[in-house]
Design a protein around this ligand. Structure first.
Ligand code: GUN
Ligand code: FE
Length: 443
C-alpha cells in the first residue's frame, strides 16, 4: 500500500539523554498516517531526504519551517489543573499558601458546569504550550476529574486528590468516601487514573494503605507530595508519630513506605529535603521524583521558596526524576519556563551540570520513560508518535541565525523566555499532536 507522507522541514533538536541531543540544522520530520494517529516515518537531514524521497517530496506535502526549530512535545510530570487561577495569586510559604489561596480555589470545582468550562479552557492552553503528556492532580471532586479526563489530549495520568484530614470542611472526605471514589474512578478510567493522596498531612494512613493495594492490583500510577518544605516535614513527622504503627518513623519517606505506596509506578512531587536513607528507599523501590523548579524558586521569583532540589545527589543515589511545573505553585504553564528556571537556579547556585540539554531531556523523554510510554513517544524516532512543537530560532544581532550546537540553540531559546516569562506561553508557533495541528501561530 502506498503511504502518503508529509515533510516538515526545519531545524531539529532531538533529546536522547542528559548529555545527548541530536541537532540537525536543516532537517526533516517525515510523517505518515491520518491526523490523530500519525507517526514519524523518518528523521533526517534535508539533503539526505531529497535523495531518499526524491519521488515523494512535493511542494504540496512539504511544510517549510526553516528559521524554526522542532522539539518533541513536552511531559509535565506534576501539575494541578484546578490551580490555574492560583498561578497568578500571591505566593506564601507552602502551608499558608494552601490555606489562603489554593483550597478556596479548588473548592469551586464542586460545580460540574464550572469544572467543564475550566477544563475546556485549561487543556486547550496546555496544547498551546506543547505539553502532551504528564501526571495531573485534580480536586477531590468527581465532576472535575471527569471533565479533565474528557479534555486532556495526550499521555496523561490524572487523579482526584484524596483529603480526609487537616483540610477545610468543604474539602474533607470521609475515609469511606475517599476510598470508594478512588475505586470507582479506577474502574471507570483504568490506567489513565492515578491514585492521588494529596500528601500525608491530608490523607489518613488507612486510606493510603487501602488505595495503594488496589492501585497496585490495577497497575495504576500513584502520586503525591514529599518533602517540599521544612515546616511541612516537621508537621508531618509530629502528626504521624502520634499514629499507632508510626511511632518510630525516622523520615517522611518512611510513611509512604509503610503504607505501601513506593514503587516503579509512583511519582513523588518535590523531594527537596531528603536524607541519604530516604533516597536509598526511593532508588530501591524505583520510585520517581518530580522536580518542580519554578514552584520551588524564591517567592521573589513567583515560587513558594521551598528550596533547591539537589539533582546530582538524586542521580548519584540512582533515583529517577523528571521535571514538572506544579501549577499553581509554579507561575507559568509552559515547560520552557520550567527548563530555563532549572538551568538558571543551578547556575546561580554555582552547581555545574544543569545544562539546557539535560533540562530538555527531563522535560520530554525522561517523563515518557517514567510513565512507561517511551517506546511510542517522548522524542523523535521512526515509529514514534508525530508529536512536536515548532519554535522560532532566536536571532542574536549579527549572528545570522547560525547555531553550532543543541546547547547553544536551546540556551538562546531559554534566554528569550527568561526575559519575559509570561510570554513563553506564546513561544510556540505550531503544536502538532500525532499529526494533528492543535495550535497555529497566534502572534
Ligand atoms: N502539598 C500538598 N498540596 C500541595 C499543592 O497543592 N501544591 C504544592 N506545591 N504542594 C502541595
Ligand atoms: Fe503540587
Amino acid at each position: 500500500m502506498k503511504k502518503s507522507l508529509k515533510f516538515y522541514r526545519g531545524t531539529i533538536l532531538n533529546p536522547k539523554s542528559d548529555t545527548r541531543c541530536d541537532f540537525i540544522a536543516d532537517g526533516v520530520l517525515v510523517v505518515s498516517g491520518a491526523p490523530g494517529r500519525a507517526i514519524l516515518e523518518d528523521v533526517l537531514a534535508w539533503d539526505a531526504a531529497q535523495k531518499k524521497y526524491a519521488k515523494k517530496i512535493r511542494a504540496a506535502n512539504t511544510f517549510d519551517h526553516r528559521g524554526s526549530v522542532f522539539l518533541p512535545g513536552f511531559f509535565d510530570m506534576h501539575f494541578h489543573w484546578v490551580q490555574d487561577e492560583v498561578r497568578t495569586m500571591p505566593k506564601d510559604s507552602l502551608l499558608e499558601w494552601l490555606e489562603r489561596y489554593t483550597f478556596p480555589t479548588e473548592a469551586r470545582f464542586s460545580d460540574p458546569v464550572y469544572s467543564k468550562t475550566r477544563a475546556h479552557e485549561f487543556f486547550k492552553h496546555l496544547s498551546r504550550v506543547g505539553t502532551f503528556g504528564g501526571a495531573v492532580f485534580s480536586s477531590i471532586h468527581e465532576c472535575a476529574l471527569s471533565a479533565a479526563m474528557k479534555e486532556a489530549k495526550g499521555d496523561f495520568v490524572i487523579g482526584n486528590v484524596l483529603m480526609t484530614m487537616n483540610s477545610p470542611k468543604d474539602l474533607t472526605q470521609t475515609e469511606d468516601q475517599a476510598i470508594g471514589l478512588a475505586e470507582k474512578m479506577t474502574r471507570r478510567f483504568g490506567k489513565r487514573y492515578a491514585f492521588t493522596p494529596r500528601f500525608a498531612i491530608s490523607t489518613s494512613p488507612r486510606v493510603m494503605k487501602k488505595g495503594a493495594v488496589f492501585a497496585n492490583r490495577a497497575r495504576c500510577f500513584q502520586q503525591t507530595h514529599l518533602s517540599e518544605n521544612h515546616e511541612e516535614i516537621a508537621f508531618t513527622l509530629k502528626l504521624y508519630r502520634g499514629f499507632p504503627g508510626f511511632e518510630k518513623i525516622k523520615s517522611y519517606t518512611e510513611i509512604y513506605q509503610k503504607v505501601g505506596m513506593l514503587g516503579a509506578r509512583t511519582l513523588m512531587a518535590h523531594g527537596i529535603h531528603l536524607s541519604d536513607a530516604e533516597l536509598k528507599m526511593l532508588a530501591k523501590t524505583r520510585t520517581a521524583i518530580v522536580h518542580c523548579p519554578t514552584s520551588n524558586a524564591p517567592i521573589a521569583e513567583r515560587g513558594l521558596g521551598s528550596g533547591l532540589f539537589d539533582f546530582k545527589k538524586t542521580e548519584r543515589a540512582g533515583v529517577r526524576w523528571a521535571l514538572g511545573s506544579d501549577i499553581g505553585g509554579g507561575p507559568v504553564l509552559s515547560m520552557f519556563d520550567v527548563m530555563q528556571s532549572f538551568v538558571k537556579q543551578n547556575q546561580r547556585a554555582g552547581k555545574t551540570g544543569a545544562s539546557c540539554i539535560k533540562a530538555l531531556y527531563r522535560a520530554t523523554l525522561a517523563g515518557a520513560e517514567i510513565l512507561g510510554v517511551s517506546k511510542r513517544t517522548g522524542n523523535f524516532k521512526q515509529g514514534k508518535d508525530a508529536t512536536f512543537v515548532v519554535v522560532p530560532v532566536p536571532h542574536r544581532a549579527g549572528s545570522k541565525g547560525t547555531h553550532q550546537s543543541a546547547e547553544a540553540l536551546l540556551s538562546m531559546i531559554f534566554e528569550v523566555g527568561a526575559k519575559n516569562r509570561d510570554a513563553q506561553d506564546d513561544l510556540i508557533q505550531r503544536s502538532v499532536f500525532r499529526g494533528r495541528v492543535m495550535v497555529e501561530e497566534h502572534s
